[in-house]
Design a protein around this ligand. Structure first.
Ligand code: AMP
Ligand code: GLY
Length: 438
């Protein structure tokens, strides 16, 4: 069977890499993909928002299953369209994807089903939003209602910060219409963890726990990003806590969605804050996390395809098999990210890092080097490698598997040390929180 993976980042590279190894899979095509994905998949260009084009493509390449990486096509209804065309696709419908696509929908849904989350209000009116935040002395989180590529959330500790956040979202419309309505919620304290489950509308199969590192700089300083690294498992999510998350959050969510008439199929990602009053939902995502997927799939010890197909046709109740080791993904990003950054800088050392045992370099924001001399391209082609340049904010996800957190960290950073481009930045403390304290 051929498969189509939609998206172009490190998560999609990891999905393609795992699916290429699945039994019965011939070719994994990626739209648009990126030129660092081969030989783990075939990037074929194209647009993820052109549903007509995607439907034609699936028929042309005879894909038996489409796996959607990013949230935007899911929130725009790609699953509804594919299903109407009789095409097999993994993911929630447009109505179910509102768990991620509208923070107001998600918060009201949680209220209806008594799912633990931060206290909140939602506002179309800036003054009313300010009044609500003032009652909480500015210790609140301001969130644009709609999709804002992970950047629509500002954690505030004072009214000055709240005013600035509201000016960005509601005043200057930094996130367009997504910020015309805002959610303001109570500031929660604790450790964060990511919990992903597969759902078939009724049943749930948990994936391995993970922890993301959203802030740009070491020690969780600096602006929030899409994610600067991740590791799996997250020891902070103990077996007891995981059961509590399933009982108080995941099951009520899946049952609630089914009861309201939009059964949830696909991957449900719950972003958690582990507070002193128990786990609470920070956000839902309607898809695999990026970069959590990279270390999680590196630990997967069984075929991915039947798991994904199960979200459409019925999941087996067998627990998923995981390698007992720890996997750590260190994201290498362009200088300037998450703000404006340069592109087109040649990257050295990827192949060397990728050749290390138990290391996999997932490629994200990369392009082929148009400026490379023909001879160097020929050499690269003859050796089966491609000369890559930077083309995005998050460029690579250097992922390593080790017998424990310390070993996985050492290996991941040894691999990172082999890779160079001008201005590459990465956090030095990925998974440091998970190191045993002595
Ligand atoms: P979100 O996109 O909603 O997950 O928010 C992005 C990041 O903002 C989260 O990973 C948290 O670090 C932080 N955050 C969101 N909501 C809250 C909250 N209620 N309290 C504290 N931090 C939050
Ligand atoms: N790593 C967070 C996300 O995928 O949204």
């Amino acid at each position: 069977m051929n498969i189509l993976v939609i998206g172009s980042g490190g998560r999609e590279h990891a999905l393609s890499w795992a699916l290429t190894r699945s039994e019965g899979v011939d070719v994994v095509y990626c739209v648009p993909g990126n030129p660092g994905i081969p030989p783990d998949g075939e990037p074929i260009g194209g647009r993820v928002d052109d549903f007509d084009g995607l439907v034609d493509l699936v028929r042309r390449i005879d894909a038996g299953l489409t796996v959607v990486g990013p949230e935007a096509p899911l929130c725009d209804g790609i699953v509804d369209r594919f299903e109407a065309e009789g095409l097999a696709v993994v993911g929630p419908t447009k109505a179910a994807a509102r768990l991620e696509g509208s923070k107001v929908f998600a918060k009201e849904f949680m209220s209806r089903h008594v799912i633990p989350t931060a206290a909140f209000g939602w506002f179309d009116d800036r003054q009313a939003a300010l009044d609500y935040a003032k009652e909480r002395q500015g210790r609140v989180v301001v969130k644009a209602d709609g999709l804002a590529a992970g950047k629509g959330v500002t954690v505030c500790h004072s009214m000055i910060e709240v005013e600035a956040a509201l000016e960005e979202t509601m005043g200057r419309h930094r996130f367009g219409a997504a910020g015309d309505r805002v959610v303001i919620e109570e500031l929660l304290e604790g450790q964060e963890a990511s919990f992903m489950v597969l759902c078939d509308g009724e049943r749930v199969v948990p994936l391995a726990s993970a922890q993301d590192h959203k802030p740009l700089l070491d020690g969780d300083q600096g602006p929030n990003t899409g994610g600067m690294g991740a590791y799996s498992p997250a020891p902070v999510l103990t077996a007891d806590l995981e059961q509590q998350v399933l009982d108080t959050i995941v099951w009520p969510t899946v049952r609630g969605m089914a009861k309201e008439g939009w059964p949830y199929h696909g991957v449900l990602y719950v972003g958690l804050m582990l507070t002193e009053f128990g786990p609470k939902v920070l956000e839902y995502n309607c898809r695999f996390g990026d970069p959590e997927t990279q270390p999680v799939l590196m630990r997967l010890d069984q075929d991915l395809l039947p798991l994904l197909e199960g979200t459409r046709t019925g999941l087996s109740t067998q627990p998923v098999l995981w390698k007992p080791q720890t996997a750590i993904c260190v994201v290498m990003a362009s200088k300037g990210y998450p703000g404006a950054y340069d592109k087109g800088l040649p990257i050295a050392g990827i192949e060397e890092a990728d050749g290390m045992d138990d290391v996999k370099v997932f490629r994200a924001g990369v392009a082929l080097d148009d400026g490379a001399s023909i001879s160097s391209r020929k050499i690269a082609a003859a050796s089966g490698t491609r000369s890559l340049v930077t083309a995005g904010g998050r460029v690579l996800g250097v992922t390593a598997l080790g017998r424990d957190v310390a070993a996985a960290r050492d290996l991941a950073y040894a691999a990172v040390a082999k890779i160079h481009w001008t201005g590459a930045q990465y956090r030095r403390d990925i998974a440091a929180k998970a190191l045993p304290k002595d």
